[in-house]
Design a protein around this ligand. Structure first.
Ligand SMILES: Nc1nc2c(ncn2[C@@H]2O[C@H](COP(=O)(O)OP(=O)(O)OP(=O)(O)O)[C@@H](O)[C@H]2O)c(=O)[nH]1
Length: 228
């Protein structure tokens, strides 16, 4: 029999096309689909058992639109940048734990990962938040643009966990990354109980998803093309 539920809000962030949807769907369903629609936020809910705790998870697969728009000083209007900035801030405040994903075959996505980590540090200044930095797409490492060492150094700079993995090839790597983040959150919860309030139980042992709207708009729908 599991001990009482604790709930955790996990935010998945990263540059366009690094594999945020693939990672989230892989964790929730163990399946890798290959193609996912883009450009809106998707919130998944599920319950998992980690060690002896039953954990209800909300996983927000954040669209890259907010991150890229907040960065495009020259190509978007100040209003769009402001709104994108607010959206990111809101998502970071909402989260209890964060996955920052980049692709090892994209140097640009590594720079975006650094910017995200800086933003998190600024927003979560007084609240401890477990973060895991993941370098995705190791199955095509012959096209690598960032080294393992660079990833490790970045994680040390921000005091977070770091792994490289291939969402496409290894369901085990994806599960271990999520489990490791959840375990860190469990440990933090014991030290800082007010940071992880008990929230009401939602749709246990099933996966449900809420599309879009929580944090604002999207121009196009992004859904993994499967029914969960
Ligand atoms: N080779 C390889 N391709 C991957 C891997 N993970 C994801 N991809 C591919 O990368 C592309 C983008 O994946 P998505 O999951 O849509 O990426 P995303 O970060 O959610 O993309 P946006 O929502 O557009 O920002 C897709 O074609 C995936 O199949 C991986 O581990 N290896």
């Amino acid at each position: 029999m599991s001990s009482p539920v604790f709930s955790l809000r996990i935010l998945v962030m990263g540059d366009v096309g690094v594999g945020k949807s693939a990672l989230s769907v892989r964790y929730l369903t163990r399946r890798y689909l290959g193609e996912y629609l883009s450009n809106t936020d998707v919130l998944y809910r599920c319950a998992v058992e980690v060690e002896t705790d039953l954990v209800t998870l909300e996983i927000l697969d954040s669209s890259c639109a907010a991150i890229t728009n907040s960065d495009k000083a020259t190509t978007t209007t100040p209003e769009v940048q402001d709104s994108a900035e607010q959206q990111i801030n809101c998502q970071i405040k909402w989260s209890d734990a964060i996955i920052v994903l980049y692709s090892i075959i994209s140097r640009a996505s590594f720079h975006v990962a650094r910017k995200i980590l800086q933003k998190i540090r600024k927003i979560k200044l007084t609240t401890p938040v477990p973060i895991i930095l993941l370098g995705n797409k190791t199955d095509i490492k012959h096209r690598r643009e960032t080294s393992v060492n660079e990833g490790r150094k970045l994680s040390e700079e921000f005091g977070c966990q770091f792994y490289e993995l291939s969402t496409a090839e290894s369901v085990a790597g994806v599960s271990m990354s999520f489990d490791s983040l959840i375990r860190e959150a469990q440990a933090l919860r014991i030290c800082h109980p007010k940071t992880f309030p008990r929230r009401s139980r939602t749709s246990l042992l099933s996966v449900s998803k809420m599309i879009g709207a929580m944090f604002g708009k999207a121009t196009k729908k992004k859904r993994p093309s499967l029914s969960l």
